[in-house]
Design a protein around this ligand. Sequence first.
Ligand code: ADP
Ligand code: MG
Length: 346
Amino acid sequence: MKSIKYYLIALLLILTGCANQKKEISFDPVTQNKFLLGTVVTITLYDNPEEEIFDEIFNELEKIEKEMTINNAITSEVIEINNHAGIEGVKISKNTFDVINTGLNYSKLANGAFDITVGPLVKLWEIGFTDARVPSHEEISKALELINYEDVELNEEQLTVKLTKPGMMIDLGGIAKGYAADTAIKILKEHGNQHAIINLGGNVYAYGDKPQDQPWKIGIQNPFLPRGEYLGIASVKNKAIVTSGTYERFFEQDGVTYHHILDPKTGYPVSNNIVSVTIIADNSMVADALSTAAFALGIESGLALIESLDQVEALYITNDNQIYPSSGFMQSFELTDDTFTIIDSH
Ligand code: ADP
Ligand code: MG
């Protein structure tokens, strides 16, 4: 009974990429934050969690960062792969191999609008870093020649990855946080922990293991308002809710705003009327890849892709306050801000 009650009362407001989660819950959740994988990671546990669980999760996420980042001066498995581009394959851990493999599958599924070999472009723009700038056309066309997920060779038996052209770079920024969230949930399950909210800068996982539990209420960010202001509520349990938005990372130059989801065809930030895409799926890695992919594909092709997949829903928000849900999204979503209009395209 108690668990039902606190789920009903719980209105857990998720702040994409922000440390302070607001919540109204009838008992004390325990929250810890840490800056990892380029974002604030917030872990909220219930059921009187042991301190060790937090430590174990944060340690594991740190390990993932050390394997998969390309942003630190220190090395990583992905940096090693990139440094050997055009030379030879590099043996890596099973974890990194699986994320790259999944990343390539979704690159293919998205027809290259999502492409984990986008690294040379990401490095050129440096969006989200202090040295972000608009590259020259020449720089961009050079980088574009290096981007093609088909030029990655995997050897599953030996766990090696080879980039076939010198200068190629894998960037797992569009998928690694999702993998990290799944890993956190795996650890919680191993500990028999039954309720948690994991938030890695907008990659949320709403975890509840008891059959009688009610869904969590997860706020969906209003992309035009400060973090923590929502346009609606998703009611979900054991689901990943992942949002990719132009407001997450961007910079301005000469009055133009440049955001961090890049078009592997043009070399510039994806230019359409979308401000954010939210994906709901069972698996956070899949949701993460798809949020970036759906953004890059645009509403029509993106929704077509989402509809072709089982157990995956999407919600697009445009710069003129329109909302385009996939066919099943509204089953778990309630719009609370009437300045937005839902467009039923089904
Ligand atoms: P966030 O990292 O803000 O949660 P996303 O999950 O949408 O946002 O991932 C964006 C990141 O993915 C970028 O910062 C970059 O590292 C990488 N990226 C950018 N454009 C693409 C693309 N077209 N395909 C794959 N990855 C991309
Ligand atoms: Mg993503």
